[in-house]
Design a protein around this ligand. Structure first.
Ligand code: BGC
Length: 738
């Protein structure tokens, strides 16, 4: 309640604010009469197309209003706040609306695996499994639920635009943001991110796909030049975006910090105009990554539509460039039109956000269910799992925080658990307790905890227990890469000692990317839980005790060693590199070093296949508590090809098998040995068989021909291989295509 003696002073303060910022204040205070007038404007008719509506509004805009649409107004914690900072919603930034015409402010928030910055805004968000974890479901429907939850929680918190889904291909598994992306295969990653975006936007928020493109490492991300051949670019990194944009139709594409083949991504005409806008017919707007804009005239001409989070290049400098004729008005109009169109198309004009309370219980339920679809069972020697709660008498829970929580990924993706504000790059553990979840499953068993800080004490507990559940972790964050794929903090030694004390040890991994496992032959079981989200421990317990049969499969290869990677040594900025701030601000910035992706088409499993390198766990791999058989492969030509086969549950539990189809192209195509071209998640009762029929998109069988700048089918013999992982393909057939 306000104190009455302070009221006159407050009123004076409000009056002063109105005098100082009349137009800004008008942004969110409209009188009823004005609201009625706005409703009567022709562009407020939802029956018209977003293009028509955007065009009408564009015609009404002044030059200043157009410029206001194409830049941000700061982000809390990013430099000195601007006078209009109070209009922000506490997110990553905002774009002014045009209140007199009924165009709302765009309030943006990061939302990789849930809505960011809840703690500092006194709000709450659900943490879903990491994006990479969600890709392990291979399930477009699960991706849809993922996006819908984030869309709902964004709106509940007053946001109408998301920043994320990320879909940078895992070329470099040490990339600190691997957990934010969807793995190493462009067709799988693009399909899943597209479904996430489609369902997120259905909640009436502007969707976004990022970071376009080839932002495949964090080391020197603001000044690195990613060098890659055009064909490889189109068939790998860009194909994921192409598919994601095609399915999800996002309102926005975020261009990345790095340069690609010499030009920074946010002023790269090939990426932004030639490919994205002209070839793919993308109708939304390109938003720069935060501080990723480097120029006015060049960036505008290349196709950047909106600078974030400030107006260094797209504020006064852009206005002056338009007035001086250096940037044609038609170009500024195109930027503004695209932003307006995205606002109409997403529904944020017709259905403005209204703050509400996030559905906490519903979020828990979704987070748990999606994690159950994401956990990959990597090893299960002698069917040690599922645990039999009637038989197990004692369980040791070992590992850092395993009594209290599970790990999450950091940086701008970070979702806050209940409690105080966490700082950038803190290790954040969600209060989902493996100890409690396991104890609840086995009330008759003695369940004891050891943090593992002293391996000898952990081994002593392991020795006297029937079963050991050993929780290990590898933390990742934006802004840094991993130096290796080994578990940090001597955890390999901990696993060795615990497993030596009790071979009935099951390792539960909480990782953002692949890890090496020098101890893998000494433990009985391995479960990859990723960063498991708000209800991770319950999902893990459901899998461990067999209440849920695991179905997920790896969306990336787990190599044996970093020596097997295309670039065993991570490429880092040379001494004397300019540094982030210099590159972001100069206006004359040039990349200072490069990563040459000379492995080209050979990303992930395609590299290990082509180079004949054995791996620890292959792409597409994951075990179940039941078993599956494949038979009856038929391959027919058509538009692309049609592949049909039968999958049978040959075991005694109900389960879901992710059946995968790979194709090898004719030798003259010069491709790696095989590529994923389709899959289906098939639910089967014990003994049940189902017929699967998949039409394979002709593009997925094609190569990108640089000479004609188009996708082409290579005439010749194609091989089609079907099975449960990229290295277990019992069925195969050949087909000639012309
Ligand atoms: C990240 C983006 C993020 C933006 C806003 C940047 O540092 O690269 O992914 O959306 O910040 O927080």
């Amino acid at each position: 309640m306000s104190n009455p003696t302070r009221l006159p002073a407050m009123m004076l303060a409000i009056a002063l604010m109105l005098v100082s910022f009349p137009s800004a204040f008008a942004q969110h205070r409209l009188h009823n009469a004005e609201e009625e007038k706005i409703k009567s404007y022709p562009w407020m008719n939802p029956k018209l197309s977003p293009d028509e509506r955007a065009e009408m509004v564009l015609k009404e805009l002044t030059l200043d209003e157009k410029v206001d649409l194409v830049h941000g107004n700061g982000m809390p914690g990013w430099g000195k706040p601007r006078p209009n900072a109070y209009l922000g919603n506490g997110g990553a930034g905002f774009v002014l609306g045009v209140p007199r015409l009924g165009i709302p402010i765009i309030q943006m928030s990061d939302a990789a695996y849930g809505v960011r910055s809840s703690a500092e805004n006194g709000r709450y968000s659900t943490a879903l499994p990491s994006n990479l974890g969600s890709a392990a479901s291979w399930d477009p429907q699960a991706a849809c639920e993922y996006g819908a939850l984030i869309g709902r929680e964004l709106r509940a918190q007053g946001y109408n635009m998301t920043l994320g889904g990320g879909v940078n291909i895992t070329r470099e598994p040490r990339n600190g943001r691997t957990f934010e992306y969807m793995g190493e295969d462009p067709i799988l990653a693009g399909t899943l991110v597209g479904n996430r975006i489609k369902c997120e936007q259905a909640q009436h928020v502007i969707g976004d796909i990022k970071h376009y493109a080839v932002n495949d490492q964090e080391s020197g991300r603001n000044e690195v030049d990613s060098i890659i051949g055009k064909r490889a670019l189109r068939e790998t990194d860009l194909l994921a975006f192409e598919i994601g944009v095609g399915i999800g139709n996002p309102g926005a594409v975020m261009c990345s910090y790095n340069a690609v083949n010499g030009d920074f991504a946010c002023e790269n005409k090939y990426l932004l105009s030639d490919v994205l806008k002209n070839e793919w017919k993308f109708k939304g707007f390109v938003v720069s990554d935060w501080g990723g804009t480097h120029s006015t005239v060049k960036a505008s001409a290349a196709g950047l539509d909106n600078e974030e989070p400030m107006d260094e290049f797209f504020g006064d400098k852009l206005k002056q460039a338009v007035q001086a004729g250096q940037v044609p008005m038609a170009e500024l109009d195109d930027h503004a039109r695209r932003i307006l169109r995205a606002e109409f198309a997403s529904g944020i004009v017709d259905d403005p956000t209204q703050k509400s309370v996030v559905d906490v219980e519903g979020g828990f339920d979704t987070a748990r269910r999606l994690e159950e679809h994401s956990i990959v069972l990597l090893k299960n020697a002698n069917n040690v799992l599922p645990l039999d709660r009637a038989k197990v008498r004692s369980i040791a829970i070992i590992g850092s925080h395993a009594d209290s929580g599970m790990l999450s990924g950091g940086g701008s993706a970070q979702v806050d658990p209940p409690g105080p504000v966490h700082h950038w790059q803190e290790h954040v553990w969600f209060p989902t307790s493996p100890l409690k979840a396991v104890a609840a499953k086995a009330p008759g068993a003695k369940v004891q905890f050891d943090s593992g800080a002293d391996p000898a004490s952990a081994a002593a507990l392991a020795k006297k227990s029937d079963i050991v559940l050993l929780f290990v972790h590898q933390w990742q964050s934006e802004g840094m890469d991993l130096t290796s794929l080994s578990l940090p903090d001597n955890q390999d030694a901990l696993v060795e000692q615990v497993a030596a004390a009790n071979p009935r040890t099951i390792v539960v991994l909480q990782t953002g990317t692949a890890v090496t496992m020098p101890w893998v032959d000494k433990v009985a079981g391995v479960l990859e839980a990723w960063y498991p989200g708000s209800k991770g421990a319950d999902a893990v317990a459901n899998i461990l005790f067999g209440d849920v049969n695991p179905s997920a499969k790896l969306p990336m290869t787990f190599p044996r060693s970093v020596d097997d990677l295309p670039h065993p040594k991570l490429v880092t900025p040379p001494p004397g590199a300019q540094g982030r701030m210099a590159v972001m601000r100069s206006g004359e910035a040039k990349p200072t070093f490069s990563v040459n992706y000379d492995e080209g088409l050979k990303v992930g499993y395609k590299w290990y296949d082509a180079e004949n390198k054995s791996v620890l766990f292959p792409f597409g791999y994951g075990l179940s508590y039941t078993s599956y058989g494949y038979s009856g492969l038929k391959v027919m030509p058509g538009n692309g090809a049609t592949v049909s086969f039968e999958v049978k549950n040959t075991g005694s539990r109900a389960g879901a098998e992710i059946a995968q189809v790979y194709a090898s192209l004719p030798a003259s195509a010069g491709e790696p040995p095989k590529r994923l071209v389709g899959w289906s998640k098939v639910e089967l009762k014990p003994g049940e068989s189902k017929q699967v029929e998949l039409s394979i998109d002709p593009k997925y069988l094609s190569i990108f021909d640089e000479t004609s700048n188009s996708w082409k089918l290579t005439p010749g013999t194609y091989g089609f291989m079907v099975g449960g992982s990229s290295q277990n393909l019992p069925l195969s057939k050949k087909l000639d295509l012309k």
